[in-house]
Design a protein around this ligand. Structure first.
Ligand code: HEC
Length: 178
C-alpha cells in the first residue's frame, strides 16, 4: 500500500515539474518567436516601438485594440477595412500615405507572439532600463524560474528517497510483530 502511494507521489511530482517546465518554456517562446517574426517580416521598416515613423508607434497596441482585432488587422488590414470596421478605417485615414502590407502568411498564434514581443520590448524601452538588450527579458526570468523548479525537484527526490529507505528499515520490525 505504502509503496503504491510513494510511486504515485513520485509520478505526481514528475508531472507537476513537467507541466511547470512546459508552461514556462512556452511563455518564453512566445516573445522570442514574435521577435523572429517581427524581424523576418520587416515590421521595423515602418514601425518603431515608441515613436511614429511611417506607421504608428507600436507600444500599447494591446491596450488600444482587442486581440481579435489585432489578429485581423495584422494578417490582412485591407480585408478588415473592407468589412467597414470603424477602428481600421479611422487608422487608415490618419496614415493614408502608405498602407500596411498584408501578412496572411502569419497564423493567429504568430500574431499573438508578435504582440507579446511588442508588449515586452516597448516596456523595456519605455522604462529605459535595458535599452540595447538583444534578447527579450522574459527569457532570463523564466531561467530563474526553471532553476528554482529544478532545486525544488531535487529536494523532493531527496525527501522521497529518505522516506523510502526509512520505511525499508522499519519494515522488518513489523514483520517480527506479526
Ligand atoms: C509598409 C509599411 C508597414 C509595414 C511593413 C508594417 N506596417 Fe503596420 N502599419 C503601417 C501603417 C501606415 C499603419 C497605419 C494604418 C494604415 O495607414 O494602414 C500601420 C498600423 C499598424 C498597427 C495598428 C497600430 C495602432 O496604433 O493602432 C499595428 C498593430 C501594426 N501596424 C502592426 C504591424 C506588424 C506586426 C507588422 C509586421 C508584421 C507591420 N505592422 C508591418 C505600415 C506598415
Amino acid at each position: 500500500m505504502k509503496r503504491i502511494k510513494e510511486i504515485s507521489q513520485v509520478k505526481f511530482f514528475a508531472w507537476l515539474l513537467f507541466s511547470a517546465i512546459s508552461v514556462s518554456t512556452s511563455w518564453a517562446a512566445d516573445a522570442q518567436n514574435g521577435k523572429k517574426l517581427y524581424e523576418s517580416n520587416n515590421c521595423g521598416s515602418c514601425h518603431a516601438f515608441n515613436k511614429k515613423i511611417i506607421g504608428p508607434a507600436l507600444a500599447g497596441i494591446h491596450d488600444r485594440h482587442s486581440e481579435e482585432w489585432l489578429i485581423q488587422w495584422i494578417r490582412n488590414n485591407k480585408k478588415l477595412r473592407e468589412t467597414g470596421d470603424a477602428e481600421a478605417l479611422k487608422l487608415y485615414a490618419e496614415y493614408q500615405s502608405s498602407p500596411m502590407n498584408v501578412y496572411e502568411n502569419l497564423s493567429a498564434d504568430d500574431v499573438k507572439d508578435i504582440v507579446a514581443y511588442i508588449k515586452l520590448e516597448a516596456n523595456i524601452k519605455e522604462e529605459g532600463v535595458i535599452t540595447n538588450k538583444e534578447e527579450p527579458q522574459e527569457e532570463s526570468q523564466s531561467n530563474t524560474y526553471l532553476t528554482f523548479l529544478v532545486i525544488v525537484f531535487f529536494i523532493l527526490v531527496l525527501v522521497l528517497t529518505r522516506v523510502r529507505s526509512r520505511s525499508r528499515r522499519i519494515a522488518p520490525k513489523y514483520e517480527n510483530l506479526n
